[in-house]
Design a protein around this ligand. Structure first.
Ligand code: SF4
Length: 318
């Protein structure tokens, strides 16, 4: 049996990919949930440090959960988020996820008290920071490395595409090389490394998107969040789409694309998300009229129908 196959088939569930949720539960021996908070940061791609206007698809309100309210203190956001997740899902331990905007975009002396406020709750086991690859430096990484000796620390470097032509087109304000440099500087510090990738840019070919799996498999990533391209209100992409609609994936096509992608992804990378989501009132397209659970089941059914799994078609880097 191939090494990749044996790894996936160790899972007790019928899931055919390495789920980050399963991993957390196995690692900590209980139900671990992420509590999203708003740390009160801005984004260098909006405030003029790198650019203004931001990424053309970005509306932070479209991915801000109820608990993340910058008008409240971090301690209050954590306490309220934990109370909600305990009641709703029976969650036992928590990772505080600094989610909206760029959560390392401030001097270290500003960051530390905010991170410490999050870690202060007795049931918080770790910290997860959503940020940009051009927004970390040695002092921040060294501090996080120290915290990672006793807590679970993850850094999520937004990337969205490995192609510089796409990064320019979506106004990311950094290159793929910048992401690789950040990965190289962060690796081997005990910090878990994640990234976000969007599938479905209409100008990227299917083979280009699948090749992203080959490339990302070889950068020491610990986990990955996949998002389908969707258009949300109050973004530059919405303006472009409404002026001249472009093709967006139907759910069945996207499910096949994700399965193709995951087949080529190293089985050593845990998958935290298989698709994006946005509140109904924010979403312009594509509208699949399904709950998140239903979308996940459509994708998981594809793995079953196709009798395939993560890493089945990994391209050797030798
Ligand atoms: S997606 Fe992230 S980096 Fe881009 S504008 Fe929004 S907050 Fe900034």
């Amino acid at each position: 049996m191939a090494k990749s196959q044996s790894r996936i088939s160790n899972l007790e569930s019928p899931i055919h990919y390495n789920s980050y949720g399963h991993f957390l539960r196995e690692k900590f021996g209980c139900r671990v949930y992420k509590v999203s908070v708003d740390g009160g940061f801005s984004c260098p791609n909006r405030d003029g440090t790198v650019a203004v206007g931001g990424c053309i698809y970005c509306n932070n309100d479209s991915f801000r959960p109820r608990s993340a309210d910058r008008l409240k203190s971090i301690a209050d956001q954590v306490a309220e988020g934990i109370a909600y997740l305990r009641k709703r899902y029976g969650a036992e331990k928590f990772i505080v996820y600094f989610q909206p905007f760029t959560n390392t975009h401030a001097p270290l002396e500003v960051l530390i008290p905010r991170y410490e406020a999050a870690l202060d709750h007795p049931d918080v086991i770790g910290l997860s920071l959503g940020t940009r690859p051009d927004c970390v430096d040695e002092s921040k990484l060294a501090w996080l490395e120290k915290i990672a000796t006793s807590r679970f620390v993850t850094l999520e470097y937004g990337l969205q595409s490995i192609y510089d032509s796409t990064l320019v087109r979506i106004n990311r304000g950094h290159s793929f090389q910048c992401w690789q440099d950040a990965m190289n500087r962060t690796r081997d510090r005990g910090i878990w490394l994640g990234t976000h990738l969007i599938l479905g840019f209409p100008w990227e070919t299917q083979e280009q998107m699948l090749h992203s799996a080959d490339v990302l498999s070889n950068h020491g990533l610990n986990f990955l969040k996949l998002h389908h391209l969707h258009v949300v209100r109050e973004t530059e992409m919405a303006r472009i789409y409404q002026e001249k609609p472009f093709p967006l994936p139907e759910l069945e096509d996207y499910a096949d694309l994700v399965v193709d992608f995951v087949e080529r992804l190293s089985p050593g990378i845990f998958i935290e998300r298989l698709f994006g989501s946005a509140p109904e009132q924010q979403l312009i397209a594509p509208v699949w009229k399904k709950t998140n659970g239903e979308i996940r089941r459509v994708i998981e059914q594809k793995f079953i129908e196709r009798n395939t799994w993560q890493g089945k078609a990994v391209v050797s880097s030798e």
